[in-house]
Design a protein around this ligand. Sequence first.
Ligand SMILES: *Cc1c(COP(=O)(O)O)cnc(C)c1O
Length: 463
Amino acid sequence: MEPTPADRALREAADRAIAYLHSVRDRPVTASPEALRRLDDLRHPLPQSGLDASAVISRLDEIGSPATTATAGGRYFGLVIGGALPATVAASWLAAAWDQNACFRATSPIAATLEDVALTWLIDLFGLPSGTAGGFVTGASMANVTALAAARHAILARQGWDVEAKGLYGAPELRVIVSDEVHVTVLKALSLLGLGRDRVIRVPTDTQGRMRIDALPALDDHTILCIQAGNVNTGAFDPAAEICLRAKKAGAWVHVDGAFGLWAIANPAMTAISAGFAEADSWATDGHKWLNVPYDSGIVFVRNPADLREAMAATAVYHAQGEAGGREPAHYTPESSRRARGVEIWAALLNLGRDGISDLIDRTCRHARAFAQALQDEGYDILNDVVLNQVLVSFGSPEETRAVIARIQADGICWCGGTVWQGRTAMRISVCNWSTTDADVQMSIAAMLSAGRQVVSTSRPGT
Ligand SMILES: *Cc1c(COP(=O)(O)O)cnc(C)c1O
């Protein structure tokens, strides 16, 4: 059969994507000034008549691919950013061809089924209570919003207040407790939910950014307590076991922001830091970070399914439909129409298996320790206990550290960003990408040490 123009465009996109993935490993991590200049070629008026699909794709690749940041390669260590496993990229291509609306079981039986399966696997993997409900959202930000909406619902419902119907005007007051190290997206979630980002009670943290139990205020049954698995700087975990025990006695709701750290729970060797998190009431995590699925992908879990459903089901019509035919995806997320995110999560889990997931966590944490060791051997200060995949390093004064970061970024061998940890300027290394090899780590260490030597010899000419 002769390929149609549509077939040709799809093949061409696949060929170009494959070529991109081969080249992205070797090119500089940041886009070149030349590539950035070419972006201006895209800024023309909307043409009167359109281009055919192949021409659109070649234009996208020729101008677009060079102007990407190489986060799909193995030497991007900025923020907390994963790559995308080949099985998940391929699954996402197929799912794009399906063009399924994951809103209802009827709009996509396959999307709804893959969500069922992925949820069952994840609940088992994370050791969450069986019967926990979940939803597939854009990321941990939205997972935090969704979980905290369920928390708000549950606590107010217990006091006889229907927050979905009446809003917060005249509602009994809720108390929200976070730590000094709360992630900004949790505060944003609280602000979106009318709970107020500045109205929270903040608990001080220790040297690693863990919530200090001795400073935890008394809890009660109208309190939401937000803890975290995986501090974005240090990778540290709040002491969940003790916190959850106290919360349970008091009837408080515990929410876990585990955007990347929750995945450590999937590693049987890491039970020391991950103990107790399964005792919480709700959890937020990302698929697009440590699991390495394409953007955008987050997952929310809520212990009591009714709390999530009551907070998310849009109207009484939805309530009336019930779920006799199985879980209805739209009853568990803020969105109605949305893409079938469960596809890539299912693909990643099936592709890796339990051992593969555990190995991904082990490997990336081992890379993080290798960075820390090499930088420490060179005499630089490692500011955190490297318990996970995050490393904080100081190259000297704040100016020196900033200059080393700038040089590393300009060299383009690898990419790391800056942060300030408990008053000290630091470079943050986050290893999350499935494709990072030992050779990538060695190359990146060499680039960091070389940048360090150059900066320190410029700023301290006598030494
Ligand atoms: C990344 C991150 C978030 C936000 O996740 P998004 O996927 O960017 O929405 C929240 N909390 C922590 C700890 C994170 O690392």
